[in-house]
Write a protein that binds this ligand. Structure first.
Ligand code: RFL
Length: 405
């Protein structure tokens, strides 16, 4: 390992790697580094309590679960997560089960993101002894194009400014972090806006089915995602920028009941709404994902609207590749993983973006008032249930099992 000497200043420190952001990506990278004995510092703007409760994702693909397991990070997940084998499409007043596990041999694992983050923080900080600072302010990246990059931040308790020198910066601070702000003009950012909003809801209500439900309805898409025995995530398509206050509980449940109604299925079990926010559905991809000594991972590099439940899975894929690549280089001088990092991540990123776009048309194509789009959307749906080849292709993309990654 090659480390530069400690800078001669009381408020400066030196780590082989500084990880910016303690979401799934940053914490997975930190854990991989600590397991190999590589020193690192994780910087996070929020408090530990906040990140351990922030509700978001819930669906983890089986390859990602196995990736966590191989790195000793899935103990509680394997004990507590539910496994799903099928999902259900509802359209034209009927329900159509889609048994993806029979087609791929793999499951979706249902484990709320705050539980995964809680597990990863505990393992990193309390078990593997990793350094982490919560609540830091004014995080700034410096000299990432030199071989002596650094990250500065303000300590929330003292107000003192610190400089952490390092060999590499892992930019894992999501869509609005300091890493994205530090990108050079050469970064290409490709964007796609669906022009659609989703009202994202968390309900204190048991799931109404033991599977994910997708409702395609002339009034708009609706989704049902089990999260735990007492909590269910729901989505309702709405105009982008809609005000959540225009969606009182009565209106929410009336729309959900209507859009997810299907012959032979009971009405949804209703409950108090714990979260209600409007997401404007858009995507972006930053290319490449490496700028000098700054390696982006997760939402900092690519945002994928939660249409196909892919964002956290991509964040974990990046983290595995980056963590392993950094360990190989810092411990053995092998640069192969770091050199191929961006291209390897982007293969899965673009494939998942394409699938999300395809699925978005399935979800939303019947609700635009355009009979042509509604016709082609229904043709896609019917094909899934009539053609074994189409079903196999869908299952492979939905579970992320393609061999090409
Ligand atoms: P995160 O989770 O945003 O973590 C970034 C962390 O960085 C901190 N931060 C900073 N730290 C230091 N300095 C700064 N300047 C900083 N600025 C920010 C933040 O506080 C945060 O702690 O990014 P990461 O690790 O890349 O993980 C990405 C996932 O969080 C995201 O892709 C998923 O939540 C997307 N997503 C889903 N993905 C799935 O794979 N399956 C799902 O079922 C799924 N459901 C969802 C979702 C996202 C949703 N929302 C809220 C958009 C459902 C929803 C409703």
């Amino acid at each position: 390992m090659t480390f530069s000497p400690h800078p001669n200043s009381p408020s400066a420190s030196r780590f082989p790697v500084v990880v910016v952001g303690a979401g799934p990506a940053g914490l997975a990278v930190g854990n991989i580094l600590r397991a190999a004995g590589v020193g690192c510092l994780v910087l996070e703007t929020e408090s530990r309590e906040f990140i351990e409760q922030r509700p978001r994702a819930g669906v983890i693909e089986e390859w990602a679960v196995r990736g966590l397991e191989r790195r000793g990070l899935a103990g509680r997940l394997l004990e507590r997560a539910e496994r799903h084998s099928e999902c259900e499409f509802r359209f034209d007043g009927r329900a159509y089960r889609f048994a993806y596990q029979e087609l791929t041999g793999q499951h979706h694992w249902i484990y709320p993101q705050p539980l995964l983050v809680t597990d990863l923080v505990r393992e990193y900080a309390d078990v593997r002894g990793g350094e982490i600072r919560f609540g830091v302010r004014d995080v700034r990246l410096h000299d990432v194009h030199s071989d002596r990059p650094a990250v500065s931040y303000t300590d929330p308790a003292t107000g003192e400014r610190h400089m952490a020198h390092c060999d590499f910066v892992a930019g894992c601070d999501g869509a609005r972090g300091a890493s994205r702000a530090a990108l050079p003009p050469s970064a290409r950012i490709s964007r796609h806006d669906y022009g659609i909003g989703w009202l994202a809801l968390l309900a204190e209500a048991p799931p109404s089915a033991d599977r994910v439900l997708f409702g395609m309805h002339a009034g708009g898409f609706a989704g049902h995602m089990p999260r735990s025995p007492g909590v269910t995530r729901y989505y309702l398509q709405c105009p982008p920028g809609d005000d959540p206050d225009d969606w009182p509980e009565d209106r929410v449940w009336a729309e959900l009941q209507q859009r997810l109604r299907a012959a032979g299925r009971p009405p949804l079990t209703e409950g108090r709404l714990l979260e209600k926010r409007v997401l404007d559905m858009h995507n972006y991809v930053v290319e490449p994902m490496v700028f000098g000594r700054l390696f982006l991972a997760g939402d900092a590099a690519h945002l994928v609207a939660p249409i196909a439940a892919k964002g956290m899975n991509l964040a974990l894929n990046d983290a595995f590749l980056l963590g392993d690549g950094l360990v190989a280089y810092l411990a053995e001088g092998d640069r192969t993983g770091l050199d191929g990092y961006s291209a390897a991540c982007l293969r899965r990123v673009w494939d998942y973006q394409e699938f999300s776009e395809w699925l978005s048309e399935v979800y939303h194509g019947t609700s635009h008032g355009d009979p042509f789009r509604a016709g082609t959307t229904l043709a896609r749906l019917r094909r899934l249930f009539a053609s074994p080849a189409a079903a196999a292709a869908f299952a492979e993309q939905y579970l992320g099992t393609a061999g090409m990654y």
